[in-house]
Ligand binder design. Sequence first.
Ligand code: SF4
Length: 337
Amino acid sequence: MRISEIRQRLREAGALPTHEFRVLRLWSQALPQTSGPRRIEDFLPQALRDALPAIEAQLDGLAHVISAHPGEDGGERLLVGLADGQSVESVLLPRADGLCISSQVGCAVGCVFCMTGRSGLVRQVGSAEMVAQVVLARTRRPVKKVVFMGMGEPAHNLDNVLEAIDLLGTAGNIGHKNLVLSTVGDPRVFERLPQQQVKPALALSLHTTKAQLRARLLPRAPAMTPEEIVERGEAYARATGYPIQYQWTLLEGINDGDDEVEGIVRLLEGKYGVLNLIPYNTVDGLDFKRPPAERAREMLRTLMRRRILTKLRQSAAQDVEGGCGQLRARAMGGGSV
Ligand code: SF4
């Protein structure tokens, strides 16, 4: 379900723009609709009051928690059920009241190291279902940052993602730079984002500085070279004032060599961004491994010495099926989908 459909229903029930904003504000921020007498009813026309219970019931039915999996780091993975029986994963991040949400059920990019990519694309997640993931999380704890970094490639569902970002950055009360769209690098993202009223920050999954290796690791990503991705990212970072987050899933023997370190320095020196090294979480049935912790730390030290702003990050709640898509895979009947 799309937010534009909810807006349409509200308008058909007589909502003016201010009413529409108030209804969407209460919903997206998971604010209580009652305080003694129902507050929302104090300011809405009768026809809208009559229509609201059905609309609210529809919004409530968009997403529910199937299971919650707290991690030792304070994060929590949620398996979220959708109205048609499909499911996605959301992750309450341990820091900065962050939440990672999913934009697709499955994913068509097919990254060879990713559980979600193995299922292919099952269906798009509607913009209202994306906001519903935020609403669910907000019933558990505050959310001040939303990253579109869960299951799916946001660029492949861009209209819905941008609609969700627009709502979260307005009625949803999330600071624009705290909305982070993560992509493998897609020309459509670089074209559309600068035109948006709510401009999110951007995370770009680089994973390697070698174009041929990238094509093997991310077989159905758009044919952009790492140089092109960084060039487009840099232009967006300078235009918005938000540094790019370059994502690098660390795979032992594949992208953890000194040649890649040199490539990173060549590519990112002087750029307005930060490189996140993320040691790989093992996935059942896949041969990829994370490098030893000391190798990851050595890369971090070398890159920092070479003046590349670098952070070594762990996936949130990684002790509970830490790789994206693994909770869903288990729920669908086994970890080796
Ligand atoms: Fe899709 Fe992201 Fe998995 Fe790649 S890593 S297959 S883009 S969900």
